[in-house]
Design a protein around this ligand. Structure first.
Ligand code: HEM
Length: 283
């Protein structure tokens, strides 16, 4: 990070927190969108219609993030996943997922910082977002650890299947629903398995919180609906007629998001999984 970036970072972070909290308050006061009315006319996803899905071609750049990859697969971001400006990522995130403007600024800015580029004028390829132990970390739910599978661009379908099978909830129409408890259990099992199978495994409070945050989008933006998560996590494709499940005027703020992220992370109990494995092995 350059000197100017270092000096301005604390001020920007405080500004984003205050901004985010104000958006949280505005969301309480202002009426939410009605289902089916979130995405305005002329924008990708209006009326549940997403631009055509084209799977990545040889040479296209993709990241460890299923949702960002899906944006490129539908041409919301450049399909080749290259030379994207951080500012464009901000705007497109806001329009596509109804995350609050504070979040849509904060995460691309965080990415520009770890890539040592300017947020305001810098560009990146999607694969660069997978820099190890920046946001990408060991013990993820949709990718094997980088020491085992260096190419983080594609989902591990077995891991995704294990995750979605954890769903114990049900929607009113009987379809499966992923709950906070399911996600905590999936993260516990996955961190235990990654520790066992990856000699280079590392873990930190910071990366665990990132893991819970990334995966909590499945419960918030996707409302835990397994039928919607399946194409997103396996093919990195938007389901037909999908819209974000967050309908607040200013989208999902970081403050509101924490109401999901914190309980999910607090529910992670790797020791319990370890003990149950030890008990099975002892039999
Ligand atoms: C600038 C915005 C974003 C960046 C830079 C980013 C980056 C990443 C990275 C690097 C990973 C891999 C983490 C790991 O190792 O597990 C990841 C995973 C993930 N992200 Fe994103 N992401 C962004 C926005 C989003 C949004 C808007 C959503 C949801 C709507 C989302 C949902 C997810 C999910 C579900 C995972 C998979 C977590 C797992 O495998 O455990 N991300 N993201």
């Amino acid at each position: 990070m350059g000197l100017l970036q270092k000096l301005t970072k604390p001020f920007i972070d405080i500004f984003v927190l205050v901004w985010d909290f104000n958006l949280l308050l505005l969301n309480f006061v202002l009426p939410s969108y009605k289902p089916g009315h979130l995405v305005p006319e002329g924008q990708a996803g209006h009326g549940g219609k997403w631009p055509e899905y084209i799977p990545p071609k040889e040479g296209d750049s993709r990241s460890a993030c299923p949702m960002i990859n899906a944006m490129a697969n539908h041409g919301i971001l450049p399909h080749d996943g290259k030379n994207i400006s951080f500012k464009e990522l901000n705007t497109k995130l806001r329009q596509t997922f109804n995350f609050a403007p504070s979040f849509c600024f904060f995460v691309p800015k965080f990415s520009a910082d770890f890539l040592d580029r300017s947020y305001w004028g810098g560009r990146f390829d999607l694969a660069e977002l997978s820099k190890h132990n920046a946001i990408e970390h060991d013990g993820s739910l949709t990718r094997q650890d980088v020491a085992i599978v260096p190419d983080q661009a594609k989902p591990d379908l077995e891991l995704v299947d294990q995750l979605l099978k954890e769903a114990t909830g049900t929607m009113p129409d009987g379809s499966p629903l992923l709950t906070k408890r399911d996600l905590s259990l999936a993260l516990s099992k996955r961190r235990y398995a990654a520790r066992k199978s990856n000699p280079a495994y590392t873990e930190s409070f910071f990366h665990n919180m990132f893991g819970s945050s990334n995966s909590s989008t499945m419960l918030t933006i996707f409302g835990g609906r397994v039928n919607d998560l399946t194409p997103m996590l396996t093919e990195e494709r938007f389901p037909d007629n999908w819209e974000p499940r967050i309908l607040g005027r200013f989208g999902l703020t970081m403050a509101a998001f924490n109401a999901t992220v914190i309980p999910v992370e607090r529910g992670v109990d790797v020791k319990k999984i370890e003990a149950s494995h030890a008990a099975t092995e002892a039999k």
